[in-house]
Design a protein around this ligand. Structure first.
Ligand SMILES: C[S@@+](CC[C@H](N)C(=O)[O-])C[C@H]1O[C@@H](n2cnc3c(N)ncnc32)[C@H](O)[C@@H]1O
Length: 296
């Protein structure tokens, strides 16, 4: 069979097995093609003519095996290949971390700088709930003059983050810290605090498709209404931001509840391509108006 033939077969199998999508790609065709190319050791930017390539029996067997792991055993594609791509960068991932897919990848390049007095003078950044370290690395690449503190409660996740920080040669500027939210952050104030916390309501986590339940529960479970960590971070962040600093949080399906409870903080909801617009920015001055006025 040709590679294209395997791709069509894989797409039918994805549909037949009702595979859950959204971790590597939202589209079965794209994820299946990715898995096939990776299994055969072919470049991800192969030309369309690669579809005509005839596969050897051992290549076909390897693809059959990978599709079985993905569709029958329900192993997420990224845990099979041990990699995930975000913002054009490759990250090591395995079962110790959430598979990177944060909306901040589309927000960071164009929507954040207008909220800062001078992005070139951003010197201190915190990535709370760093997981694989993917957002800490994107932040360090975006804010070239900043040191980034990347914090996670999970020692396992921090081991993965360390691999990625090393791989992207950012050990000099990204520091990994273990602890609860901002607790381990060293003294001083931040220009930018960003957080993609666990935000699934506890009851939803048990109902997620198997692929998603194979991600660490600590990375998904946001408490009874999904906003448990968000509430605590909002309290912690106020005294940890510079007067012109910003806090950015992704809340997933919790946007309406967030607006009801924290609308008075005047959150700015970033635009996302899928229209969910579920990550927001809050200015330090809104979090602690009196405190910020006294210091500016
Ligand atoms: C949704 S994942 C985000 C990972 C990564 N930032 C990303 O966008 O792919 C949430 C992360 O928060 C961590 N976490 C959970 N509770 C925490 C807490 N109280 N303090 C710090 N990190 C926590 C989990 O271990 C997990 O790595």
């Amino acid at each position: 069979m040709t590679l294209g033939g395997w791709l069509r077969r894989a797409e039918r199998q994805y549909a037949g097995h009702r595979a859950a999508l959204g971790q590597t790609s939202a589209v079965a065709h794209d994820e299946a093609l990715y898995l096939i190319l990776r299994t055969l050791g072919l470049p991800l930017d192969s030309r369309p003519s690669v579809l005509a390539r005839k596969l050897s029996p051992s290549e076909s067997a390897a693809i059959r095996d990978v599709l079985h792991r993905r569709l029958v055993d329900r192993v997420p594609a990224a845990y099979i290949t041990r990699e995930a791509w975000l913002g054009g960068l490759r990250f090591h991932v395995d079962e110790r971390v959430l598979i990177p897919r944060s909306y901040f990848v589309e927000i960071l390049p164009g929507q954040v700088d207008p909220w800062l007095r001078d992005p070139a003078r951003v010197t201190r950044v915190a990535d709370v709930c760093t997981g694989s370290g993917c957002l800490a690395i994107l932040l360090a690449r975006h804010f070239r003059n900043a040191r980034v503190e990347a914090i996670d409660l999970s020692a396992d996740a921090l081991e993965v983050a360390a691999i990625n920080v090393r791989r992207h040669r950012l050990a000099g500027r990204v520091r990994l810290l273990r602890g609860d939210l901002l607790d381990p952050a060293p003294a001083g104030r931040y220009d930018v605090i960003l957080c993609n916390p666990p935000y699934e309501p506890t009851a939803h986590v048990d109902r997620l498709p198997r692929e998603f339940r194979s991600e660490p529960r600590l990375a998904l479970d946001g408490g009874p209404d999904g906003l448990g960590l968000v509430r605590r971070l909002l309290r912690q962040a106020a005294p940890r931001l510079k007067p012109a600093g910003i806090l950015m949080i992704e809340v997933g399906g919790g946007r309406a509840a967030f607006d009801r409870e924290f609308g008075h903080l005047d959150p700015h909801w970033f635009h996302t391509m899928d229209g969910s617009d579920c990550a927001c920015l809050i200015q330090a001055a809104r979090l602690a108006p009196r405190h910020a006025r006294a210091r500016s």
